[in-house]
Structure formats: C-alpha cells, structure tokens
Design a protein around this ligand. Sequence first.
Ligand code: NDP
Length: 239
Amino acid sequence: MSLLTDRTAVVTGGAQGIGYAIAELFAAEGARVVLGDLDGDAAARSAEKLGGVGVRCDVTKASDVDALLAAAPAPVDILVNNAGITRDATLRKMTEDQFDQVINVHLKGSWNGVRKAAAIMRERGRGSIVNISSLSGKVGMVGQTNYSAAKAGIVGLTKAAAKELAHHGVRVNAIQPGLIRTAMTEAMPAKVWDQKMAEIPMGRAGEVGEVASVALFLASDLSSYMTGTVLEVTGGRFM
Ligand code: NDP
C-alpha cells in the first residue's frame, strides 16, 4: 500500500514548480491527481504525464474552483492551495492593483479552495487541506507588503478553518517554504538571490521535491493527529 492509495488530490497552480512536484509525488504514492492552473493547456499537459486530469482554473473565481473540484473523478480527499504570483515593489512604488492581485490570488484563492473543498470533505467525515504560505508571511520581506500580508493571512485562515473543521474529520495545515528553486525565484536578480543564500544556515536553496515531501506528510495519514500547524521548509532560515 502506498501512502495515498485510492485518494483524490487536487492541486491548484499545479502545472509547474512546487505544485507540479507535489502532484507528481502524490501520483507516485497512488493518488488520482487533478491539476488546476490559470494556463489550462499547461495544466492538461502536466496532468497527462501523471495520468491525471488538468483544467483551467483561476482560483480567485469561486465558480472556477467549483468546476475544478467537479472535474475530479471522485470526491476530493486532499486539496493543496498552491497557486501563486508575486508583484514585488516597495511601498512607494506598489500600485493598488498589484496589492489587490496578490491578495486575491493567495488569500482569496486559498479561502475559495478551503471553503469549497471543506463542503465536500465534511460530508464524508475526512479530508486534508494543505495551504502553501511562505517564510515571507512569518518574517515580512522588503518589497513584499502585498505577498507577506497574503501569506501571513493564509496562516490565520489555516488555523481558523482547522478549528471549524476538526470535528468533521478534516485537517487543515500550512507549509512555509523558504527559498525554493522554481520559475518564480529564478526570475530574481542574481544579487537578491545571493543575499538570500547568505541567510540560509544550510547554505543552499531548497528543491521542489523537498516541499513536496512535507506536503505528502501533511496530506497523508502520517500526520493524522496534526491540524492547524505551520511547517517551515527553509533550510533553517529565520528559524
Ligand atoms: P510558479 O510560478 O512556478 O507556479 C505557480 C503556479 O500558479 C503557476 O503555474 C501559475 O500559473 C499558477 N497561478 C498563478 N495565478 C493563478 C490563479 N489565479 N489561479 C490558478 N493558478 C494560478 O511558482 P512556485 O512553484 O515557486 O510557487 C508555488 C507556491 O509556493 C506559491 O504559492 C508561492 O507563493 C509559494 N512559495 C514559493 C517559494 C519559492 O521559493 N519558489 C517560497 C515560498 C512560497 P501561470 O504560470 O499560468 O501564471
């Protein structure tokens, strides 16, 4: 028996990066995977590699999240709220639109996922929701007032939902990754990358698989007595 045999797992922003790595590991552990992404073609291509289903889904739209959950071949057991964007700028330069976009995708998107998946899971008396926060939500990062606020908000959302859903058998936990090598971080100027590296006790960036293995732990029964927790995957940065 693998860890996720007969489970159905939905991953938002799953076409690439951390989301894809999570879906890949879940599929290897026996899960049926459903990938939602803003880019529907990319979601379908990635899902095909895993024998899963890929659909276009903008997590800021509740109706898209409904459609994503409905695309699953069986009721959802696991949801990973992973979709994300950055629109970095200092307070002096950040536009209201950049603030709204980031809050919408991360915070409202995760809220949409939690409430829609919870409605299905509570009826079945089981389920695990994993929200992808960020170390930026723990410590606050310069140029990320939007992103840090959204990622800290995800921690509050996780704990409040965990309390509401615990007696229905539904667990809600979060992960705060540090610097992980993906398209999102590779777009960073070399000087900023080097500054971040200097802050990491383990002396290296993380790989997507190192976030995926923690997501697997939270999604599976290995963490059956854990809810409302926030696990840092950071190489010791800002511990
Ligand atoms: P990527 O940019 O590689 O992947 C994010 C995915 O989310 C993309 O496929 C993107 O689609 C999709 N997406 C964006 N907006 C939406 C939306 N409205 N609805 C659905 N999907 C959407 O990023 P990462 O893999 O690096 O990041 C994944 C998560 O991990 C994010 O929540 C991020 O904030 C978090 N994180 C990442 C860290 C890192 O170091 N990489 C550190 C801490 C947290 P498209 O490309 O089509 O826009």
